[in-house]
Write a protein that binds this ligand. Sequence first.
Ligand SMILES: Cc1ncc(COP(=O)(O)O)c(C=O)c1O
Length: 400
Amino acid sequence: MIEAKTSLLDIFSDNLATVLPSPIHTFSERVSNVPNILKLTIGEPDFAIPDHIKQAAVHAIDADDSHYSVSAGTIALRKAASFFLNKRYGLNYEPETEILTTVGATEGIFTILAAILNQGDQVMIPTPAYPVYAEMARINGGKPLFVDVSQDSFILSPKRLRDVIDANDNIKAIILTNPSNPTGVTYTADELEALADVLRETNILVISDEIYAELSYDRAHVSMAKFLPEQTIVVNGVSKSHAMTGYRIGILAGPAALMTEFNKLHSFIIMTPSNPAMAAATEAFSNQQSFQDTIEMKLEYQRRRDFLVTSLSQLGFEVGTPSGAFYIFAKIPQDLIQDDISFANDLVEKQQLAIVAGSGFGPGGEGYIRISYAASMTMLEEAVKRLISYTTLVRDKQLI
Ligand SMILES: Cc1ncc(COP(=O)(O)O)c(C=O)c1O
């Protein structure tokens, strides 16, 4: 083993020093070694990729499509993404100038933040939220400005937005997640329009993370870009909609003048995305068959969601029915351990069931747990059995 030169150990940037390892991943990795563990921790679709999408990647490899592309991604993919955004959400983006292919939504969001943040700039994040946003803001010198919306059914209201804007003078961007990880809530057209009316009066950039847009159960997804296209960057991709997390293809869509600058930075980070992955994503975005594939996955997710909502409610968890994504965000019943981290640890210890503690998603997540239902029905049924055993055991003890 090579020991690093001791004097290099504090070589890291001050920004990186503010970043903590993700409590969710630390927990998930730690419990992996527990015998008989059942993990419902990570948002990883369990479906195989449809054959026609795989074949597109295979074809690119066989055709020796093995050279550098362009940093914005192949024009074929950008055209396919433009077609998809138009067909599915009624958005209009020019493939040549207004769409960028990224290495997953992750690199897209990182690129935007790296491009816009100066030291100390604030990034508004309604919470509970995907924890990666705050750390990305910090790495790039920004400061997360958490806005706890747990008391408002997990939806940011225009009044709250206005109050936060009035109380802070350094907000550069807001990250809206619709549908949300971890809560599964989705914004209606009216809610988005009301937020857009407030934001239009400001110079705050809207980063609209719509990676779960295709997994909207109760109504068609509405994009923030419908109401505020001049100020919004839409983040989407094939990771969740097409079960292609490992292909690492995301997209950004927004006004050309902003996209040019994002592309400048993005090209230095990644040079170009991978060709076979782009070929597969082109197929996913452009072939109408994929829309059907997604609908089938969605129906299955919906079945799992309904099963979990019913089962958890019967056990005394407070659960709103999530209208999107594939997570249940449930309040721990009063007669069980109230500290969500201790609860998650106790569940692992007593029943070998791993779920995520809500406090990892920021202010407002305390006292909640997140269960991912991107897992087979058999796994979910087993998870519910273990939860029943757990709650019965704890409640029986309390009676004694
Ligand atoms: C809200 C949200 N945005 C982005 C991502 C990452 O997407 P990708 O795999 O395309 O980078 C995730 C993954 O869990 C997520 O939950």
